[in-house]
Design a protein around this ligand. Structure first.
Ligand SMILES: O=C(O)CCC(=O)C(=O)O
Ligand SMILES: [Fe+2]
Length: 207
């Protein structure tokens, strides 16, 4: 079988990022692949592997209810399942395309599964930690089946740093990949009425 061909190739995402700094791509991975990733995430969630997500890094990492109440489970790049490896290799294609066209020198991916149980949220934030410029591109892949607007849980992305009244509401529908430059775009996750699964990654740049 030929390798899976994403409908919107990595080059297209790189071009959109160059133009506007953010991009929403539907069907980035095939539905079967998304349902495998979702089932694995659900198994890991039921097995108790997820932890309350913190804010900050290293010794400054703290759990802060007023900022975020989701749970995360970091992926170990040396211990990936087959479907996680396929995700990793598709993002590697994206990394190479972006480095070719934008000369960003992205070099490493860090990623975690996230679950937002009903009522949980992540308030308005930037993905870059203060004073540390390593996290350069945020990549969020949604794993949910048949998400409806009334389920809540939208990602609100503030699309123009100079016009805070402008934002896009993006539903976490399975197969949808949202990419944006981590230092530029504030965003928040609204509470949902059902469990919301995602796979969130950041490409880092040598600082
Ligand atoms: O899941 C989302 O839509 C966004 C998650 C997020 O902002 C984060 O983990 O930093
Ligand atoms: Fe974020």
């Amino acid at each position: 079988m030929p390798p899976e061909q994403p409908p919107e190739p990595a080059e297209q995402i790189a071009a959109t990022l160059a133009e506007q700094g953010w991009c929403v791509t539907d069907g980035f991975l095939a539905p079967l692949h998304i349902s495998q990733l979702r089932h694995e995430a659900q198994q890991r969630w039921q097995a108790g592997r997820f932890r309350r997500a913190g804010v900050g890094r290293g010794e400054d990492l703290e759990v802060r209810d007023e900022v975020r109440t989701d749970r995360v489970d970091w992926l170990d790049p040396n211990d990936l399942s087959a479907s996680q490896r396929l995700y990793w290799s598709q993002l590697e294609q994206l990394r190479l395309a972006i480095n070719r066209s934008l000369s960003l020198g992205l070099y490493e991916l860090e990623a975690h599964l996230a679950v937002y149980p009903p009522g949980t949220y992540y308030r308005k934030h930037l993905d870059q930690f203060r004073g540390i410029g390593e996290r350069t591109l945020s990549c969020i892949l949604y794993l949910n089946d048949a998400w409806q607007a009334q389920d809540g849980g939208a990602l609100r992305l503030y699309t123009d740093p100079d016009r805070p009244e402008l934002s896009e509401l993006i539903l976490p529908e399975g197969g949808r990949l949202v990419t944006f430059f981590s230092a530029r775009f504030l965003h928040e996750v609204e509470p949902a009425t059902r469990e919301r699964f995602s796979l969130t990654g950041w490409f880092k740049r040598r600082s």
